[in-house]
Design a protein around this ligand. Structure first.
Ligand code: SAH
Length: 248
């Protein structure tokens, strides 16, 4: 079981697989006023940076689930590196439908809401693992500016303009689903650069080492087109944030 190999290649050097920076995760952890011993579930946890750094900085314990074999391995190594291997556990597997045995104080899905068919389904899934008074975290894109045409939306790698909302509408959508929005931390364009531009050097180095790989042509094509596509579209039009919500 794994995600498409192209992501394991292009994001192999990433610790954070979204436009958040280490500073943003620290701000979010502080904003949530995490207490030592808080249990956290993180679906689509990537390389485990949120859980590992929050275990180190805020004394939380946690479980992460991710379908990437590469990222799951990196999460375990990161936990050892930060001295929190006894506090966080990483499961390599499908997070769709995953509910924790023990209820948690924070249930998160930071940039992988497709695991339950979108924001609404993911919030419902996470709620099944949440203790009373707990907080759900959803990481999700939104339009910084509405794309003027469907072509521009496609340039952002969306299927259509309707894939995402503008920020006020996204925030309102949580209320419409029956949640209070209790905090939010938004990424910025520098954070987008860290996520997207970091792939380019990784791709360049991978190509030098794997010229005959079956994906070499695809990676070469992406490296050639991505900087201009990203600078033209994603960087200008797409925002991203983590929203903390609580059932009403
Ligand atoms: N939350 C992480 C990763 C976000 S990227 C971070 O902040 O860094 C999206 C992640 O979802 C990737 O790590 C990918 O491997 C994972 N993923 C995709 N489909 C999945 C599924 N069905 N089950 C579990 N993880 C999945």
């Amino acid at each position: 079981m794994d995600i498409p190999r192209i992501f394991n290649i292009t994001e192999s050097a990433h610790r954070i697989h979204n436009p958040f920076t280490p500073e943003k995760f620290a701000v979010l952890g502080a904003a949530l006023r995490l207490k030592t011993g808080t249990k956290i579930l993180d679906l689509g946890c990537g390389s485990g940076e949120m859980l590992c750094t929050w275990a180190r900085d805020y004394g939380i314990t946690g479980t992460g689930v991710d379908m990437s074999s590469v990222f799951s391995k990196q999460a375990e190594l990161r936990a050892e590196e930060l001295g929190v291997a006894g506090k966080v556990k990483f499961i390599h597997g499908d997070a769709a439908g995953y509910v924790s045995d023990e209820k948690v104080g924070v249930a998160a899905c930071v940039g992988a809401t497709w695991i339950a068919g979108g924001v609404a389904g993911t919030a419902k899934l996470l709620e099944r693992s949440l203790r009373k008074g707990g907080i759900i975290l959803i990481g999700e894109p939104y339009w910084r500016q509405i794309p003027p045409t469907e072509e521009v939306a496609k340039g952002c790698l969306a299927h259509s303009i309707s894939d995402f909302l503008i920020l006020p509408k996204l925030v309102a959508s949580f209320a419409n689903l029956g949640y209070d929005v209790v905090e939010m931390v938004l990424a910025d364009q520098d954070g987008w650069d860290r996520y997207e531009a970091a792939k380019w050097l990784t791709m360049r180095r991978w190509l030098e080492e794997n010229p005959n790989d079956e994906l070499a042509k695809d990676v070469r094509a992406q490296l050639t087109s991505e900087p201009e596509r990203y600078a033209s579209y994603t960087r200008e039009y797409l925002g991203w944030g983590v929203f903390a919500i609580m059932p009403r």
